[in-house]
Design a protein around this ligand. Structure first.
Ligand SMILES: [Zn+2]
Length: 149
């Protein structure tokens, strides 16, 4: 039993109050509290199942436990947000949101921010690695250039 496995469901809801947490994804968020990125991995055919769902879309197996991923991947696409959804919110440097294709399989793309990188240096297919950021007391996965830390 891992440390975050001891956190009950209410602790996960408290840690991510604005997220749509359900039975199929709660262990993903529970792991994020402990700074582990986990995705369902089919024990029958080896397929990485994402977005989260309780059955493997390749072989229809229900044996798809969460497993930690390497955190290594490449930038598949990125977009820059110059203003937050709240029109009164000001951000002075664009946030970079990206779809990172994880090395576990093709088309396994995880959405997260790109950090610790000059905006001009961000390029498609750039190798990145998992890191973690804290915003308003909430822990989020993010990606930075490979070898950055
Ligand atoms: Zn499968």
């Amino acid at each position: 039993m891992t440390a975050e496995g001891e956190l009950d469901d209410f602790a996960v809801f408290d840690a991510y109050p604005d997220e749509m947490i359900d039975h199929d994804n709660i262990d993903h968020y529970r792991a994020m509290i402990g700074r582990r990125l986990v995705i369902r991995h089919c024990r029958d055919c080896g397929y990485w199942v994402y977005p989260h769902r309780p059955v493997c879309p390749e072989c229809l197996s229900w044996d798809v436990p969460f497993e930690e991923v390497s955190g290594r991947g490449r930038v598949f696409m990125e977009t820059r947000l110059h203003q937050l959804r709240d029109p009164k919110a000001q951000i002075y440097e664009p946030l970079v949101a990206a779809a990172v294709e994880l090395e576990e399989r093709e088309v396994l793309r995880y959405l997260a921010r790109i950090v610790n990188c000059d905006l001009d240096a961000i390029a498609l297919d750039m190798p990145v690695q998992l890191t973690w950021i804290e915003e308003d007391g909430i822990t989020w996965p993010a990606f930075e250039p490979a070898g950055a830390s």
